[in-house]
Design a protein around this ligand. Structure first.
Ligand SMILES: Nc1ncnc2c1ncn2[C@@H]1O[C@H](COP(=O)(O)OP(=O)(O)OP(=O)(O)O)[C@@H](O)[C@H]1O
Ligand SMILES: [Mg+2]
Length: 239
């Protein structure tokens, strides 16, 4: 960690609070006097992921999406690290657990923010499906329009809120050019698959209703649902 801090131009005396552990990622809140940062750490073999994500974050920012500025991406010893602005607010999941009576409204805000992201034109080659022929075939019946920015991990732990509005969009590691319907299918699958582990049945239903309204009532057909299941399982190492 000493070497990482040095590479990031941070003094050795900063305080580090561990915020979360992913499968092989860690997030810390870093405090240096009055400054606060988020420090995300990955194994060094995934350094390219942070380099790509930094570009996506910058693009999203330029197009009015509330993302945290990236200060630095560095590789040191066995680790890659991204130091970014600390965004205030609670995760939307935390907020939903605190005020389940607002689930419908919060769902709507969540959907509005996703639709806002998905309206951003992004003329990059889409690499979402190239690597996997099976997933590509599943979507053969749909003419995809992959020229939009999609998040592809848009769920209540990856957005922050002030209780009313979505104030920050986090974790753009999967984001890229794609068809908005892929993003909606993925979010729906995540909410349906694990939502009931975190939320009461009634608030989950209200949240889903609000979200559907927020995204403008986009239809997610069976082919998209099946694709989302396969793709998510692959990402989680279950497929
Ligand atoms: N810039 C930030 N500002 C405030 N909080 C943040 C920031 N970045 C991350 N967090 C907090 O850390 C949590 C996890 O961050 P993040 O989503 O980037 O990593 P992860 O989901 O653990 O990693 P991954 O899914 O890529 O393995 C978020 O839910 C949020 O609470
Ligand atoms: Mg996350």
């Amino acid at each position: 960690m000493k070497t990482l801090l040095k590479e990031l131009d941070l003094p050795q005396h900063v305080t580090l609070e561990s915020i979360s552990w992913g499968r092989d990622s860690q997030v810390y809140k870093v405090k240096d006097g009055r400054n606060q940062f988020a420090l995300r750490v990955l194994p060094s073999n995934r350094h390219d992921q942070f380099v790509k994500e930094e570009k996506t974050i910058l693009y999203a920012k330029q197009h009015g999406i509330p993302v945290s500025n990236v200060h630095k991406v560095v590789k040191a010893e066995d680790y890659s690290a991204m130091l970014m602005e600390w965004a205030d607010g609670k995760t939307l999941l935390h907020q939903l657990q605190e005020t389940p009576e607002h689930a419908k409204l919060l769902g709507e805000e969540f959907g509005h923010m996703q639709a806002k992201i998905n309206r951003v034109n992004y003329n990059q080659p889409s690499n979402l499906l190239l690597s996997n022929q099976k997933e590509k075939r599943m979507l053969d019946s749909i003419k995809l329009n992959n020229h939009f920015l999609i998040h592809l991990d848009f769920h209540p732990l990856n957005v922050l809120t002030d209780g009313l509005n979505i104030t920050a969009v986090l974790d753009l590691v999967n984001a890229g050019a794609g068809d908005p319907r892929l993003d909606y299918a993925r979010t729906q699958y995540l909410l349906k698959m694990v939502g009931d582990q975190y939320l009461e049945e009634q608030s989950l239903k209200q949240f889903l209703d609000g979200w559907r309204k927020g995204i403008g009532g986009q239809k997610i057909n069976q082919a998209l649902e099946e694709w989302a299941e396969i793709r998510t399982k692959r990402d989680l190492g279950l497929g």
